[in-house]
Structures are given as C-alpha cells and as structure tokens.
Ligand binder design. Structure first.
Ligand SMILES: *Cc1c(COP(=O)(O)O)cnc(C)c1O
Length: 485
C-alpha cells in the first residue's frame, strides 16, 4: 500500500510515514495509489464484526505494515463503550448505533464520544495511533490545528493524556458556542494551548497552512496536524460507512445511500472512499447550510470559493466553511487522477477563486458530467429549515437532533421526495448531540436539549486561552517559546 500526493510529487510513502504529517510537501493531499478493494466474501465476513474488529480490518487494508496484533490493541482501546458512552438512544456497544426515523430513513449516531460530535470517532483513534508511533521512534510531536469548534475539542480530548505530544489549537475568537468554548478552554492539561485568533475559521486554517508550508519551521518544531486533511482520520471515518451499511442490509446485493452534513468534506470523503473500495453505496448526498460552495459545485460543476469575510455565521457553525480542504481528494478522482491538471486547477483557485468543470464555454473541463457515476448529489438547508426540521424530528420521530444533523435530515427528505421509485434506504449521519447547540434548540422547541450529566455546569469552569491577531509570525513565536525547540 503506497500513498501519493494529489499534486504529483513522485515520492511514495507508507501509512506510517504519512501518519504524523498533514499536507504533502508539494501542497497536495495524500491518497492511496490504488484503493484497496473489498470482495463479496470479505464483505460477508465483515458483516458480523464488532465495531473495533471492523475498524481493525479496515485499518489493516490501509496500513498493512503495522502488525495486526498492534492494530487490534489500538482499535479495542479506542472503540470501547466506556469512551463512546453518551448514547442518546440505541446500544452504546454498537459505537455508532442506528435508529429508524421512518420507513427508509435512518439516523446513525456518530455523536457518543467525549465531545459529543463525530470527530471523536477519528480523533480518538488518531491519539492512540500517534502515541503508538511516537513511542516506537521515541519522538515528540507538536500538533497545530485550526478549529471552528468540534475538531479542536475532539483533538484536545484525544491528546490530553498522551506523552510526547503538545497541542496548539487555533480557533476563531468569540465565534464558537459557549458550550464548545467551555469544552476546549476548560482543559487545564499543560500540553494543551488554546489560541483564540481574531478572525474567522478560514483565517485559522490559512495560518495552519502557512505554518505547515514553512518547511524549516515545521521540521525544527516537529509540527504535525490533526485537521481533517490527515489521512488516518479519513480512514477511521471509512469504518462507520461499513457499519451503517451492515446495520440496515441483510445481504451484499442491497444498497444504501448516505446523507452527510458537510463542511470540510472530510466526512463524506470517507464515504467516497468506502464506495471506491466496493461498498454498495448508491448515493452520497452532500448537505450544506447557507455556506453552499459545495452544493453549488454538485449542482453546476462550478467551484467558487467565497472570501472568508463572506462566510456566514450560521446555527450549524461546524459547516461554516467556504473552502473545503478535503474536496481536492475527490476532484483528483473525478478528473481521472491527473495530478498536473489537479495542481493547475487548485493554483487557479488561489488566483481567481475557483474553477469550472461544467463543460460550458471557457470552462476548465467537462467532468461534471461524471458526478453521478461517483454517486454524488447535494442539497442545502437554511436556518428556517433547520428550526422546522428540529421540530419535525421531535414531533414525528420523538428525537431531538442537533442543528447539523437537522440540515442532513432536511436534505435527505428533499432527495427522497424528488426521487421516484426509490427503495434504497437512506442513512443520515448524526454528527453531534443537540445539547452542544442548545441556543438553536431553544429557538426551535422552546427549551434546551437534555445534556449528558457529565457536562452540567461546564461553562462555569475556569478557562485557559490566549487571544492573538491573525499573524503567522506572532503565532510561530508563541509556539517556539512553548516547545523550547
Ligand atoms: C465537522 C462537523 C461537520 C462537517 O464535517 P466535515 O468533515 O468537515 O465535512 C458537520 N457537523 C458537525 C457537528 C461537525 O463537527
């Protein structure tokens, strides 16, 4: 199993070699040279595996050089019902329990981990993989990340007990919910550094990119990343597409579709990879909020990044992204893995703010016509839709869903209604628990979503953070002072 960069650097790496890194040196993203394939016999064998065993089997395909016994220990330790214990419904031992909302429509809960959002599923694995790798090489690692809320807390909760690891987390100052802010800033571990940046999430992401692109600094400071471009995170997310598929089907001839509340395109990218491996996925539905760059692309073939000052702050804030960092992985496959062309397209994004694959006059290509082959379709959901969907889910299904999941349900229902003779089950991924976004739940229902006991009064704990301008040099200095490297 070899990994290559989307932008054409000829070098090939193993899973372990790219585990601790982020972007490839040429600015591209890593992908397997060939996707491992899953045949019918294997799919049948995997059908009855517990979540940790399934995770082990999937990881073994992508990281064949790690001894199976080690992978087994790592996945058992990660996917335990003691860690994924905040299940609102269903059986916690399933790790991602599934619930039927109405005939043909299911909710798969990815929100039972320590920070109540789907990012825990990948991040908890990453914490254990990092510790395993660093122990082997007696190394140390300084993680620099950007978060609009959920990534940062998931990363900090995954890394807080790990030796050899420091974590510097950039977040947009005053832009996260009180609950998210409290989750991150209340951690007092001395390997955790919260940096509140005067700007929006995209500024934070640009700062992390600038730091990663300074190869000298990156090397000297032993910088790593946990952003959604990290390949191991994507692999971890592939697992629950298999789990969801097995939960609603009885045999491998059946298909399912998934609707995924999307921001950075990391979650749904894992669905794309599961599909490329041979998992019988019919459709992958990208659900966006008011920040509809992806919906526009999947409807027109035109990718038009919005400037960061035009990013809307919405009631599904973890999807408030105008430039989806994992999108490049999908485009690479869409254009037939032509890395030269891919590099040119994304160079064009930097200069003109986008590209056009619609096949129309002056377009950059006509691959939009292949979108359906990849199963992709999309839809968007606005604040009023979100409120209505939260009410509907409460009244009709008896569940309180979070705002991101509401976007998913809204778009899934739109797709179901506009598809005639559709018998394929639709699974909506529940990406967070409602109590993380209680303000909007109150707006929709008139009262707060119930909060797991462990999170009572979290907002009143002392907070630990520094406020800094969006200035890369100042942030580099701050990091170097803390690492002493
Ligand atoms: C991160 C996040 C998303 C978006 O996922 P991407 O992988 O960035 O597309 C959606 N919902 C919630 C609750 C999230 O935390």
């Amino acid at each position: 199993m070899h990994y290559i960069s989307t932008r054409g650097n000829a070098a090939q790496y193993s899973f372990s070699e790219i585990l601790l890194g982020g972007l490839a040196d040429d600015g591209g993203l890593y992908l397997p040279k060939n996707y491992p394939q899953i045949n019918d016999t294997e799919l049948s064998l995997w059908r009855n595996l517990s979540y940790p065993k399934l995770a082990c089997a999937v990881l073994a395909k992508f990281a064949p050089e790690i001894p199976l016994a080690d992978l087994k220990l790592i996945t058992e330790k990660t996917y335990s019902s003691a860690i994924f214990c905040h299940s609102r419904h269903g059986d916690a031992a399933q790790i991602t329990p599934l619930e039927r909302l109405e005939p043909g429509l299911y909710l798969q809960a990815l929100s039972n981990g320590p920070t109540l959002a789907f990012k825990d599923l990948a991040m908890q694995l990453l914490g254990n993989l990092f510790e395993y790798a660093l122990d082997k090489q007696k190394g140390e690692l300084n993680i620099v990340g950007a978060t609009s809320g959920d990534t940062g807390s998931a990363a900090e909760y995954a890394m807080r007990s790990k030796h050899g690891i420091r974590i510097f987390m950039l977040s947009p100052y005053n832009k996260m919910s009180a609950f998210q802010t409290a989750q991150m800033f209340s951690l007092s571990d001395n390997n955790i550094f919260n940096i509140a940046v005067e700007g929006v999430f995209d500024d934070c992401q640009d700062l992390v990119k600038a730091i990663s692109n300074d190869l000298t600094f990156k090397k000297r400071q032993k910088i790593g990343t946990v952003n959604s471009i990290n390949w191991a995170r994507i692999v971890a997310q592939v697992v629950y597409y298999f789990k969801g598929y097995f939960s609603v089907t009885n045999n491998n001839a059946e298909k399912v579709s998934f609707t995924v509340p999307s921001g950075n395109f990391g979650n749904i990218c894992a669905g794309h990879i599961a599909r490329m491996m041979g998992l019988p996925i019919d459709r992958l539905v990208v659900a966006t909020n008011e920040n509809d760059v992806l919906d526009e692309f999947f409807k027109t073939g035109k990718y038009r990044v919005r400037p960061s000052e035009q990013t809307y702050h919405t009631s599904s804030p973890s999807m408030d992204i105008s430039k989806a960092s994992n999108f490049e992985r999908f485009v690479f496959d869409l254009i037939g893995r032509d890395s030269q062309r891919l590099a040119a397209l994304f160079a064009k994004v930097e200069i003109t703010g986008g590209f056009d694959l619609s096949g129309g006059p002056n377009s950059d290509g006509d691959e939009f016509k292949r979108i359906a082959e990849f199963g992709f379709t999309s839809g968007k959901s606005l604040h009023a839709d979100r409120l209505e969907t939260i009410r509907r889910a409460h009244d009709k299904y008896g569940v309180i869903v979070d705002t991101h999941t509401a976007d998913g349900i809204k778009v899934a229902l739109d797709v179901i209604t506009t598809t005639r003779n559709n018998t394929v089950p639709m699974i909506v991924l529940e990406t967070a628990l409602a109590s993380k976004f209680s303000h909007t739940i109150r707006e929709a229902l008139g009262y707060d979503a119930p909060r797991p006991n462990a999170f009572e009064h979290i907002e009143s704990l002392p907070q630990h953070y520094v406020v800094m301008p969006a200035n890369v040099d100042q942030i580099k200095t701050y990091i170097a002072q803390r690492t002493g490297l």
